[in-house]
Write a protein that binds this ligand. Structure first.
Ligand SMILES: *Cc1c(COP(=O)(O)O)cnc(C)c1O
Length: 226
């Protein structure tokens, strides 16, 4: 059995049935994705629009593509015709542009709202205040070509388990508050995307419904942990 296949199987075996696995294939070659598909994986996450579109054009199979990285408004057009879920909606302005592209493509595009939960400046996302401001705006209510499925967050890049746990807890709390106030009778709003290779077990303990795993499936990208 290949490493990729083995990794996917052991991760899937360890996930509760309620948690969706997104295989993060950014920077990986098409062959790796095909290997994962053979192992039964159907959802792939990419963080660059053009890279996703290029891979999509080479892989003519019914898989799902999730955008998980910061998306510039002028790049939406590359993925709008096919993307399954944009997890990294981090501003009202971006959502407005995604809505326009969705209409142009005659589609409803599903999105997660990325919430800023880390202590690092480098991460993107809405603050709780910004979220509420957008969700109460009349313009937002008229986004007929957008479906909001929940929230996404990234914890601080750290070995401090308590900090990671605290940040995931805060995302779950934000989710509950937003759900109760804005999506109470909307069953589409049900996802909390949190957890990566290094912290997905903690994320699941804190309520994650969707984990985004790259290194633990495809092998280490080279970086050092702070
Ligand atoms: C790269 C990335 C991941 C996956 O990280 P790994 O450490 O490789 O599991 C998850 N989420 C986002 C937003 C990413 O950019």
């Amino acid at each position: 059995m290949s490493d990729i296949k083995q990794n996917i199987q052991s991760i899937k075996d360890s996930l509760p049935s309620t948690v969706t696995l997104v295989a993060v294939s950014k920077t990986r070659p098409v062959e790796d994705i095909l290997e994962a598909i053979k192992s039964g994986q159907v959802i792939f996450g990419e963080n660059r629009a053009q890279e996703m579109a290029e891979k999509k054009s080479k892989i003519n199979l019914p898989i799902e593509w999730h955008m998980i990285g910061h998306l510039q408004t002028n790049k939406i057009k590359y993925i709008a015709p096919f993307v399954t879920l944009i997890q990294s909606v981090d501003s009202f302005k971006l959502l407005r542009e995604i809505h326009k592209e969705a209409e142009k493509n005659n589609r409803v595009i599903s999105c997660l709202l990325q919430v800023y939960i880390a202590t690092e400046e480098s991460k993107f996302g809405f603050s709780n205040e910004e979220l509420i401001e957008m969700l109460t705006a009349d313009e937002f209510k008229n986004f007929k070509s957008i479906k909001i499925l929940g929230l996404m967050g990234m914890a601080t890049f750290s070995d401090n388990e308590e900090l990671t746990r605290k940040e995931f807890k805060s995302l779950t709390n934000t989710f509950k508050g937003i759900k109760a106030n804005f999506f109470n009778d909307n069953s589409d709003f049900c996802e909390i995307s949190m957890g990566m290779s290094g912290d997905y077990k903690i994320a699941i303990e804190e309520g994650s419904t969707m984990v985004r795993v790259g290194n633990s499936i495809f092998g280490e990208r080279v970086y050092t942990k702070k």
